[in-house]
Design a protein around this ligand. Sequence first.
Ligand code: NOJ
Length: 513
Amino acid sequence: MHMETPWWRDAVVYEIYVRSFADASGDGVGDLPGIRQRLPYLAELGVDAIWLTPFYRSPMADGGYDVADYRDVDPLFGTLADFDELVSEAHRLGLRVIVDIVPNHSSSAHEWFQAALRGEGRDRYVFRDGGDLPPNNWQSTFSGPAWSKAPDGQWYLHLFAPEQPDFNWRNLEVHSEFLDVLRFWLDRGVDGFRIDVAMGLYKAEGLPDTPPEDQAFKAESPIWGRPEVHEVYRDWRKVLDSYEGERMAIGEVWTDSAEDLALYVRPDELHQSFNFAWLEAPWSGPAFKKIIDDTLAAVTAPTWVLSNHDVVRHVTRYGNGLTNSTTGLSRARAALLAMLALPGSAYLYQGEELGLPEVKDLPPEARQDPIFARSKGELPGRDGCRVPIPWSGVAEPYGFSPDGTRPWLPQPVEWVVLSAERQSNDPGSTLSFYQEALRARRELRGTLPDEITWVDSSEDALIFSRGPLTCVINCGSESVRLPSHERVLIGSAPVDGHLLLPDTAAWLYTPDA
Ligand code: NOJ
């Protein structure tokens, strides 16, 4: 039964949005020493790995996803020595470390782009003549045209902000540069990479005009999911495999089909790719069931994710957009149990273990996401899920920064009751529930089959089993009767008798006959 399973296959990975996790330096922005100090909290929470969002040198036009130097730490976040200490301390505590890699674009401050502006090595980016009008009709994911003019009149492509020029992956120099960057961080001991915009990189030859509906992230279009990109990941896989210790990569792949996702995780490509289908789905039994079935049919190393630093926090999504919805919190806790019962690995987003909701009332002057400015305030942007973590205390900065420091985004006064310190003393808190659920999952690790079996149930109440474990999730509005079982391992809310309340879930245990 105990075959050697690589660590990432069933890992619980905790995403750290570095700017917002913990600030040791006292400048109001999270940093690497801050993370190191909080590692015991993560070990106690019971996760297996952390994923760090970009901490590289960057002008921060997109919170660090605009990288100016792929081989150095931005002074805002610390130093390379801080990074090394963080990795060794994480490893000492049994936590793996995944870092972000951003290959679709660099910062406009990157030395290659600066050289390109001077007319040197322009072919490393996508420059075109266009006259007064941009070379094609592509729109930036962050609103507005995907092209900006260089001072000499040529246009350059940026699928995101103008400060994020897209690389030209048809230039082999770009390939060797990134292979080298991978080695740089692998040599420093990282266990894996999260690949930003993994379905980007190549654009269709000739950069044809594209109908607006094909410009959104999707399986394949002139902009996304070009077949050539897979060759890149085959090369990367070879590098990862040449290192000891099961190094891995997970791609950020937004597609509209599970089959497409599967292309990125063919045996000689990436180990995993994010499965965003659930995160995009409403609270619905039939929707969840379809996502689970489609995913398990298409990929052998599935992943599950409910929130990240780019989307509205799921407590709020499941609470009809309200930030103080008890229904939203109850559903979020139930969804965690469902996610953790499924085969594969689960990616958590910092703060979900505290039940943090989206912050929707950030003042316009506080907002920093380029989406807000580029859409001229029409789109709120993603700052609402990036508000710094409330650790302790009764007032801002809630232990995120040293007292007296204002965090880079204001924290709501209501978060006084959500701090990690407060919740850790309360057995009924969401934090205690996450700890308990992760502990239960660890105890079952290696004992459950990879296949799930659906147990007959109503549309709204999903019931599936993996050997002795049965997970019941009630997405309907009526209580449902639990199937027979020996004991309840854990409930997202107290389980009373044989009924499961709406918006809750439970794990039942019945030893194999
Ligand atoms: C995806 C990242 O998660 C997001 O935060 C970023 O803005 C874009 N990629 C561009 O790098």
